[in-house]
Design a binder for this molecule. Structure first.
Ligand SMILES: CC(=O)SCCNC(=O)CCNC(=O)[C@H](O)C(C)(C)COP(=O)(O)OP(=O)(O)OC[C@H]1O[C@@H](n2cnc3c(N)ncnc32)[C@H](O)[C@@H]1OP(=O)(O)O
Ligand SMILES: O=C([O-])CC(=O)C(=O)O
Length: 371
């Protein structure tokens, strides 16, 4: 038996979705740099699911199809209204509501491909509405309805904050969604694939994946980054704060990566966005503190910033609530999770590794009355 702690370096499967080579990242053969500069999130979702870029007519239809199913079904609202949304973390609420949406979605056979793609569309469209609805309800705001003329990123910002949607923010947010859309066999994607490899459905896979993304070693790191920035508060406190953490052998959230040892290719884009948007919001200090931390950790520990690091100050500068950062990651990654689950269905084998037993052996059984 081969043993690899944390499955480091283990190749589970072939994939046609995402490739990581050194510090180069591509989706279905397209360089991330081109996608982030020239594509929209919807084009990337289409690419991940259908393994080719859409033409204009296909993209228009895909966007319309997403829009058509964006509203939440009526039967979901009583469940949400029963949740104490000011106490429950939105990532937990999201996990539960996605599971509920699955309960109300028809249980079609997995061999019925069209039905599976319709489910995929409903999931991608409604995860947006779930997050914005959770936020608006807990803030006592009326629920808004998606607008057909808005793209996915714009609709998210609109449903969250209302009009007007700032075009600079909307483009940055769209790019952030592209940057988070897929990342090969990260922990949550692996979780989704393990789940559906039992021939469970897409909702089960997404619920499982959200659960895995929630942890702070994975997607949950972005919320921890903003928490850290807020604790630091001022530029001159950054170095002493980080030094103390390092002396206490604590991890610095948003730094380090299992695969990228020399740099995460997504981080430079988020860094640029953070610089521009914090400046636009008159909050440049969050970018400055982040940059000090990044340089210090690189020099002292040789660790690069990952995708979660600069997304924190970027989203903060857009006025997004901090506990929505990880749900937003989930919203984007739903596209990649779905792509991977579809790929898993296409060439499925149950995922079932082994464990090396190291506990006690041949113990004498003592009946409960004598223990
Ligand atoms: C979207 C994403 O999921 S990106 C990752 C998001 N997660 C984070 O930002 C959390 C902070 N980072 C980490 O915990 C890690 O770097 C991970 C989990 C991302 C990758 O971890 P692994 O490849 O398993 O590395 P591992 O945790 O074993 O660390 C190796 C060494 O580097 C150190 N290290 C790794 N990351 C950090 C960090 N962020 N801060 C300080 N030290 C770190 C570890 O303490 C360990 O040191 P040691 O060998 O002296 O014990
Ligand atoms: O690939 C990983 O291990 C984590 C990551 O960066 C991601 O999921 O985007």
């Amino acid at each position: 038996m081969i043993k690899a702690r944390g499955l480091e370096g283990v190749v589970l499967t072939d994939t046609k979705i995402t490739s990581i080579s050194g510090t180069k990242l591509s989706y279905v053969g397209y360089d991330l740099d081109d996608l982030v500069n020239y594509a929209t999130f919807e084009e990337v979702v289409f690419l991940l699911w259908y393994k080719r870029l859409p033409n204009q007519a296909e993209l228009t239809e895909f966007k319309e199809n997403l829009f058509e199913v964006m509203e939440l079904p009526e039967e979901i609202y009583p469940h949400i209204e029963h949740m104490d949304l000011n106490k429950i973390h939105p990532m937990s609420a999201l996990r539960s509501v996605i599971s509920l949406l699955g309960a109300y979605d028809p249980e079609d056979s997995l061999t019925h491909k069209d039905a599976t793609m319709e489910k995929a569309l409903r999931l991608q469209a409604r995860i947006l509405t779930v997050i914005t609805t959770l936020s608006r309800l807990r803030n006592g705001k009326e629920i808004l309805h998606p607008k057909k003329e808005y793209g996915y990123a714009e609709n998210f910002l609109y449903l969250l904050k209302g009009d007007p949607v700032d075009p600079i923010e909307a483009r940055a947010f769209d790019q952030a969604l592209i940057l988070h859309a897929d990342h090969e066999l990260n922990a949550s994607t692996f979780t989704a694939r393990v789940c559906v490899a039992t021939l469970s459905d897409l909702y089960s896979g997404i619920t499982a994946a959200i659960s895995a993304l929630k942890g702070e070693l994975h997607g949950g790191a972005n919320e921890q980054v903003i928490k850290m920035l807020m604790e630091i508060g001022e530029v001159d406190r950054a170095i002493p704060y980080i030094q103390e953490k390092i002396n206490n052998k604590e991890k610095i959230m948003g730094m380090g990566h299992r695969v990228y040892k020399k740099g995460d290719p997504r981080a430079k884009y988020l860094k640029k966005m953070s610089k521009e948007l914090t400046r636009k919001a008159g909050q440049e200090k969050w970018y400055q503190i982040s940059e000090i931390i990044e340089e210090y950790i690189k020099k002292e520990k040789g660790l690069p910033a990952n995708v979660d690091f600069y997304s924190a100050s970027t989203y903060h500068s857009m006025g997004i609530e901090h506990d929505l950062f990880t749900p937003i990651f989930a919203m984007s990654r739903t596209s990649g999770w779905i792509a991977h689950m579809l790929e898993q269905y296409d060439d499925n084998r149950l995922i079932r590794p082994r464990a090396n037993y190291v506990g006690p052996k041949k113990l004498e059984f003592i009946p409960i009355s004598k223990r």
